[in-house]
Design a protein around this ligand. Structure first.
Ligand code: HEM
Length: 117
């Protein structure tokens, strides 16, 4: 009897641990993620970034960092608004009131380098 109670308590503990540590969400699990690039290891000029300005090839700049969000365009909950400044500085739109804090975690997956000063 005591053993059964201990076993169920351990089971409950493990299940709770699993629930709170899992990271994937419904939205992010569908997105193919690029290979992680170490921060600062690459840099692009503004004119290089500006070539990637379409739905099928979309880079954006947020706070002097460059993100290839091509694979995220179709997943973006805000629809085509993410394309408003495709190939350009999207910092203002990104920090707009429509965005909750989870966008800061999501954008990291799309980082490809910094903007050349
Ligand atoms: C990688 C960059 C971006 C990510 C990861 C992202 C992510 C998201 C997410 C998760 C939402 C749903 C609301 C929330 O949970 O916070 C959202 C909504 C929205 N986003 Fe973005 N976003 C990005 C870039 C942008 C940019 C650059 C703009 C505008 C220029 C924009 C405009 C909007 C708008 C207008 C909504 C509101 C949609 C609505 O409420 O109907 N987003 N975005």
């Amino acid at each position: 009897m005591v053993l059964a109670i201990i076993a169920s308590l351990v089971g409950l503990f493990v299940a709770t641990l699993f629930f709170f540590t899992r990271k994937e969400t419904k939205e992010t699990s569908k997105i193919s993620k690029p290979v992680t690039i170490a921060k600062g290891s690459r840099a692009y000029t503004e004119s290089e970034v500006s070539l990637h300005n379409s739905r099928k090839d979309c880079w954006i700049i947020v706070k002097d960092q460059v993100y290839d969000v091509t694979s995220y365009v179709e997943e973006h909950p805000g629809g085509d608004s993410i394309l408003k400044n495709a190939g350009r500085d999207s910092t203002e739109g990104f920090f707009g009131p429509q965005h909750g804090t989870r966008v800061f975690d999501i954008i990291d997956d799309f980082y490809i380098g910094d903007l050349k000063p």
